[in-house]
Write a protein that binds this ligand. Structure first.
Ligand code: C5J
Length: 231
């Protein structure tokens, strides 16, 4: 096992090693962070999320440079919508529904341009991309098997949106025994108050769902640990 890294975090320091930890990047898709996608059709301002992109790109580069497992997720549905429950399809009063044609193809449909991950964070060879029909990364996917197969026990979680797919994934992971640290500067919400409260909810009550810390607190520790580990 590689050396133990201790990060100052809320509610107390978080310990992990590079080889047993995965960086999980949730749903950094055009459909959520660019105009004309699912997020905007629900009435959201995508600009609220875009500040995450450069910070997360920097941390992704560090995680790759130290050899950490990186896993990406994408929320979306099959072209025939057979994996989209009517309750999701019909929810609310969006300007366009899942499957309708938008500027980047059919909204939230696998294989469409809008469904794919933005170029700044695009997966490289060897990084699994988990396609999920729900908000959580475990539901109806291979995500759990991927973690078990790679001996991963801890997750550093980034992406969008803080209170929806990030939270759902962290809650699912926590129930399955994974220890999660949410990267507070690498997650975003369309609603500033949900961002604040969403992060507080993770670490409240002694870390009821996990830990939070900014990626900038982890970067120097990761590079030091990688330098100290014999090749
Ligand atoms: C939403 C997500 N917000 N990725 N999905 O519907 O958080």
């Amino acid at each position: 096992m590689s050396e133990t890294i201790t990060v100052p975090a809320k509610p107390y320091p978080f310990e992990f090693s590079i080889d047993q930890t995965a960086l999980v990047i949730i749903d950094m898709q055009r459909d959520f962070v660019e105009p004309g996608g699912f997020g905007e059709t629900l009435g959201n301002d995508v600009e609220e999320l875009r500040g995450v992109i450069p910070v997360l790109a920097d941390f992704l580069a560090v995680a790759r440079s130290v050899g950490m497992t990186v896993i990406h997720t994408r929320e979306g549905h099959l072209p025939d919508l057979s994996d989209c429950p009517p309750a999701k399809l019909n929810r609310g009063a969006p300007s366009m529904r899942i499957g309708d044609p938008g500027p980047n193809g059919r909204i939230l449909i696998r294989g469409e341009k809008g469904h794919d991950i933005i170029e700044e964070l695009y997966p490289i060879e060897g990084e699994p991309v988990v396609d999920k029909p729900g908000k959580g990364a475990f539901y109806a996917t291979e995500f759990g098997d991927l973690l078990v197969g790679r001996g991963i026990t801890k997750l550093l979680v980034a992406g969008v949106t803080t209170e929806v797919c990030v939270h759902t994934t962290v809650r699912e992971a926590n129930d399955r025994g994974y220890e999660c640290l949410v990267l507070s500067d690498c997650v975003g919400s369309y609603f500033p108050k949900f961002q604040e409260v969403g992060l507080e909810m993770v670490s409240a009550q002694g870390g009821i769902f996990g830990w939070t810390a900014p990626s900038t607190a982890i970067t120097p520790l990761l590079t030091e640990a990688a330098a100290a580990t014999p090749a």
